[in-house]
Write a new protein. Structure first.
Length: 344
């Protein structure tokens, strides 16, 4: 498993640094929000209870937030469980993945012995009982799919008997995200499934919390594969509190989008920034070797994601998360140290 934010794999020296700046995983630095933080101490008194296995309150709050009916939502233990449930429920002959992509669509498929193929255009799909995975915004580039492109993908998928699975794990970072999200289309369609996550934008990665949206008939099938109490009481309650804190998170979104533009500009002297991103991360192609950049940043307590193992990326680069302005300044100073060390 190769992912950003893998704290347990960092060496003892790296982990022991109090002020480690982790830009390798793209979690919002503004979460958890104030309502979730206020709730946190009281949760310990309820730990002896089983979680609500129906996830009733959270489903209701999510339905209002997404603008869909409760029977078109299934709450999951992160988008990761959602990927797994989709594979187990549909048991496809083949999984097609638009690359570059999050590695777990292929990795989980292989665990179930499902054939995986990479794919670039709907016209390439041959008719079969297949699942088509793509992410909006994409990971690692952060590009958002236009509604016209989404319609083209859906048409291509239906014509070749595929089910389109759209991973919207990062969509709430995008300005006006409701305009780009396919959740309302998914709630009416038995050919489209949308996966969402509350771990990134709401800063709850440690709790594992996400959801699936599709036609109620599909949701019932997906729900049948879940194990009872798969989403903890703490995760459900923290997610409810977070979703009810939208003023705070609207401001977080504005700040992160401003910061992405500012950081991209500050990094220009040191390499090429992929400015197509609308999410809270972007690709960066440095004017020196990726190995050297990663090592030199690590010595200064900064971790970035090596993007060379994303299949389908043609240039060597790293993926960096956008955090607070003070974190950007620390990154830029670290870059200056590296490049003024005689390499510019
Ligand atoms: C594109 C994408 N989808 C899904 C996930 C998993 O999200 P979650 O933390 O909700 O399981 C990740 C995690 O990095 C991701 O990058």
């Amino acid at each position: 498993m190769i992912h950003g934010g893998d704290w347990a794999s960092f060496d003892a020296f790296t982990r022991s640094q109090q002020d480690l700046l982790d830009l390798s995983s793209s979690i919002s630095p503004y979460g958890p929000g104030p309502k979730a933080r206020a709730l946190w101490p009281s949760l310990v008194d309820r730990l002896h209870r089983y979680p609500d296995w129906r996830k009733g309150e959270l489903t209701q709050v999510l339905a209002e937030h997404l603008g869909v009916t409760t029977d078109s939502i299934l709450v999951t233990a992160g988008a990761m469980e959602a990927i797994d449930l989709v594979l187990r429920t549909f048991q496809p002959q083949r999984v097609s993945v638009e690359v570059p992509a999050f590695s777990e669509y292929a990795a989980r498929s292989l665990v179930y012995g499902i054939d995986v193929r990479t794919w670039h255009h709907p016209a390439e799909l041959r008719p079969e009982h297949g699942l088509l995975f793509l992410a909006n915004p994409g990971n690692p580039q952060g590009r958002v799919l236009q509604p016209r492109e989404c319609r083209q993908y859906l048409k291509g998928a239906s014509e070749s008997r595929h089910i389109l699975v759209v991973d919207e794990a990062f969509i709430e970072f995008v300005d006006s995200w409701r305009e780009w999200s396919l959740v309302r289309d998914a709630a009416k369609s038995d050919r489209l499934v949308v996966m969402g996550s509350l771990t990134k934008f709401y800063g709850l990665a440690g709790l594992r919390i996400g959801f699936l949206v599709s036609h109620p008939q599909i949701i019932r099938k997906l729900a049948a594969w879940t194990i009872p109490w798969h989403v903890s009481l703490v995760a459900q309650e923290m997610a409810c509190a977070s979703l009810q804190d939208q003023d705070y998170f609207d401001l977080a979104r504005i700040r992160l989008n401003q910061e992405r533009g500012r950081l991209a500009m500050l990094l220009r002297p040191f390499g090429r920034v992929d400015e197509s991103s609308r999410a809270n991360y972007f690709l960066f192609y440095p004017h020196l070797s990726v190995d050297e950049l990663i090592k030199s940043l690590q010595k200064q307590g900064i971790l970035v994601r090596d993007a060379r193992n994303f299949e389908g990326l043609t240039s060597s680069g790293v993926r960096m998360a956008v955090k607070k302005p003070k974190d950007s300044m620390r990154l830029v100073h670290a870059m200056e140290n590296i490049f003024q060390g005689g390499r510019l």
